[in-house]
Ligand binder design. Structure first.
Ligand code: ZN
Length: 277
């Protein structure tokens, strides 16, 4: 009888300890949780992209940039060939970035700096970095069980834009404009959005173009004053952008910031440089 009671008590205690140990809020959160890999592409046409991103240490730099975020377990970024899909996606602690995505951005970048000031390199670095941050946002939301109102795809775009807007003015301007350029290119390719785009979990490319510009203008109306003066952002939307940005800022401060090592962020986020060529 005594032995049975003792063993029941042991089971209850062990179960309680297990629950405590696995409760998401109590899991040990750590910085420097990004792992990386470059997988050799099967498609020979992608070898140049593979060599280029490896030589530029793209994932090593991304790993450092994301190091201040505290996570309960590692998230792995892998560059690989995706059988022709120019995509990036998150699934179960893994972010896949397709070489085809970089290849497509190289094809669609402008030949020279556009009249809106988008340099060819910005049209690759901006959307690549936005996509990487967007996928990291999915990972972060998943690993932290982050409560979200609205579509996760919109929240991931907002997370990515917000982080970019925390950076140095010039870097932020170039990354935002480069990202918007790629949404504009995608939207022109689509001509008018079809049922598939309207039914998608993502906003349409044209909506994402206006969304990132609105947050940028809301964050820094001086750095992005041309969006208003050149009428790129319609007045009806433009007058809401400061409120939209502050809404994202409040959400970031409440749910993301407690999981950021701020002294590490100051160190690594201040270092980000975007090449001029
Ligand atoms: Zn997404």
């Amino acid at each position: 009888m005594e032995i049975a009671r003792a063993s029941t008590l042991f089971c209850i205690t062990a179960f309680a300890l297990m629950v405590v140990a696995t409760a998401p809020g109590l899991a040990k959160m750590k910085t420097n949780q990004i792992q990386i890999a470059y997988v050799l592409p099967k498609d020979r046409d992608l070898m140049k992209v593979y060599e280029d991103v490896k030589e530029r240490r793209v994932l090593e730099r991304l790993k450092e940039f994301l190091s201040p975020f505290k996570l309960p377990r590692p998230v792995k970024f892998t560059f690989r060939g995706c059988d022709g899909e120019d995509d990036a996606f998150y699934f179960e602690d893994d972010v896949t970035v397709c070489y085809e995505l970089v290849d497509e951005l190289q094809w669609t970048k402008p030949k020279k700096t556009t009249s809106d000031g988008v340099a060819p390199h910005d049209a690759v670095a901006g959307p690549f970095f936005s996509a990487a941050l967007h996928e990291f946002a999915h990972a972060f939301f998943d690993l932290h069980n982050t409560p979200l109102f609205g579509r996760e795809e919109d929240a991931a775009d907002q997370f990515a834009a917000y982080i970019i807007l925390l950076l140095d003015n010039e870097v932020a301007s170039r990354l935002v404009r480069g990202t918007a350029y790629s949404f504009q290119t995608e939207s022109k390719e689509q001509k008018s959005a079809s049922t598939i785009e309207f039914a998608s979990e993502h906003g349409t490319a044209e909506q994402r173009y206006y969304n990132i510009f609105c947050l940028a203008y809301g964050a820094d109306p001086i750095n992005f004053s041309d969006l208003k003066s050149k009428n790129i952002l319609p007045d009806d939307r433009g007058e809401l952008c400061q409120d939209e940005f502050e809404q994202i800022e409040d959400a970031y401060n409440a749910v993301i910031l407690p999981h950021v090592d701020q002294s590490l962020a100051e160190k690594v986020w201040g270092k980000l440089e975007v090449r001029t060529k």
